[in-house]
Design a protein around this ligand. Sequence first.
Ligand code: ADP
Ligand code: MG
Length: 334
Amino acid sequence: MPLIELRHVNKVFGSAAAPIYAMRDVSLTVAAGETFGIIGSSGAGKSTLVRCLNRLETPTSGEVIIDGENIAALNQAELRRARRNLGMIFQHFNLLVSHTALDNVALPLVLAGASKKEARARAAAMLELVGLPDRAAAYPAQLSGGQKQRVGIARALATKPKILLSDEATNALDPETSRHILALIKNLQKQLNLTVVLITHEMNVVAEICDRVAVMENGEVIESGTMFDVFTQPRRALTKNFVEMVLRRDDDIDDYRPQGQMVRVFFRGKNAEDSLLAEIVHRFNVKVNLRQAFITHLQNLGCGTALIDLTGEPAARAQAVAYLRDCGQIVEEV
Ligand SMILES: Nc1ncnc2c1ncn2[C@@H]1O[C@H](COP(=O)(O)OP(=O)(O)O)[C@@H](O)[C@H]1O
Ligand SMILES: [Mg+2]
């Protein structure tokens, strides 16, 4: 059973005369222990989606099921209990400026009924967990952006939730701090066996830590799959644009006249590129002229794209292309 399931969720804001469809028939599942990314441009409905998970928004229709419970059907007391299972972090950290780091982290525990002493002890342990043991007495204004987000993470995880929701949590941070925060989220996910739902419009964030990803546009999920599949075989134009932030596939080949047939290959697997291109030359009567190649790693998997000019008899070229496909590579005839 998935830990999180959305079934045909719609969310409409505005009036009947001027409706704003923030979510349209969104269905998706997130398994326990998974890091699930939601990407999309501004206004796509990403925040509305996560806010429906902890019922900061109530869907107009459809069901949101978390750990077997329909969130929309809970009364206030049940909702308070269910929310302890969902920690959330935000782009602007949302810390209370008049509270120290320690008290910010202790607050959700106090609200959940812990004594002040218990809450502070646990908050101190949480600050240690996020790498800020010596900043407990600092106020938010005395902390850097990265430190504030660490406090935000400690607060989100203080009640031992199973699920961490992250809404553009690394947006306001510089790239290096952003990487540290992502690494922290990834470590905590493993250490605490968290399920993470992470919203971002930055593909490198997805590439670094997500197992699966959904792409939203105009309130709809237009594409979803494993991170690796979405990156290496994006189907929709928007997804391709996003993927290109990480996996370049420049098409500046206008001034180049191929001698044979231009083929773009998306390679998956370590060194697939080198060995497979050598192999088709060896096996079939074709020549390969490499026009562009871009290799990278997505988490631990090698992948890349290559634009090649394939020359030879049409039958030989067709065999070579078929062979690449048989080897599990994605081939586009340009
Ligand atoms: N409380 C609200 N009232 C009216 N419209 C809203 C509200 N929240 C979000 N929207 C609208 O819903 C759409 C999706 O917003 P949002 O979920 O914030 O997108 P994203 O997080 O992907 O940028 C946008 O058109 C936004 O203006
Ligand atoms: Mg948003």
